[in-house]
Design a protein around this ligand. Structure first.
Ligand code: HEM
Length: 210
């Protein structure tokens, strides 16, 4: 690839930022669900008061900004790949719409992944983070937040964890699978969700001792 090929070099850079940020985001999501939720069940309220504001404030910082950077780089990638053609400008590219006018399989896969990813991003910024702020402020000030808040965070965080499975199938199938068909899409959704659901279920039982 020539260094002067700005289009390709920019795309590689955006892909790298996108996947790196996605790892930061999902890494923290999995830490919360596989490690922290079982851990919280084993410590006393006094320990929570000391540990949680210090630990979770930092973890939530990387979590929410990882989500934001993933979305931003993902949307930039989508624009560059599917809504821009070098030398012709902006508008659906041939990777989005084939010569026969049909939306391509690659575009359908990525739009499936993007829909799930954007929904997860929304949950991070507009459900989980506002509720966690209230919970942590309550711990810090000694005024417990409404018990509905931890329950809401848990449900939505688990939902995001389960959705991350099918979401990643969408991200990967776009470039590594080819044509879109309903059966494969449904299998990918079911398999992806079931795998993550299973990990959530076994997480409290594993890794407790050396
Ligand atoms: C938040 C919403 C997201 C949007 C809008 C988005 C968008 C995109 C786009 C447009 C592509 C390029 C597809 C192509 O080349 O045809 C892509 C690829 C990819 N995305 Fe996302 N994505 C999102 C979330 C995530 C997350 C959370 C991860 C987790 C790590 C992720 C991992 C990947 C991977 C691994 C690829 C494939 C890279 C490659 O094969 O070169 N994405 N994404």
């Amino acid at each position: 690839m020539a260094l002067s090929d700005l289009y390709s070099n920019l795309q590689l850079l955006l892909r790298w930022v996108h996947v790196l940020a996605g790892i930061i985001w999902l890494g923290h999501l999995y830490f919360f669900n596989f490690v922290n939720v079982p851990f919280q069940g084993t410590i006393s309220p006094d320990v929570k008061k000391v540990v949680n504001p210090l630990l979770l404030t930092r973890a939530l910082f990387w979590f929410r900004w990882g989500a934001m950077a993933t979305l931003a780089a993902g949307l930039a990638l989508f624009t560059q790949i599917y809504m821009y053609t070098p030398g012709m400008g902006f508008g659906p590219s041939e990777l989005f719409r084939a010569a026969d006018g049909e939306v391509t399989g690659r575009a359908l896969w990525i739009m499936l992944g993007m829909t799930l990813g954007t929904f997860m991003w929304f949950n991070v910024w507009f459900v989980i983070w506002p509720a966690q702020q209230k919970i942590l402020r309550g711990l810090r000030d000694g005024v417990p937040a409404s018990p509905a808040l931890p329950a809401r965070v848990l449900v939505v965080s688990r939902l995001n964890t389960v959705l991350s499975g099918p979401m990643l199938f969408g991200m990967l199938a776009a470039t590594h699978y080819g044509g879109f068909n309903l059966v494969t899409a449904l299998v990918a959704m079911g398999l992806g969700a079931a795998a993550l659901w299973h990990v959530i279920a076994v997480a409290p039982r594993v890794g407790k001792t050396l």
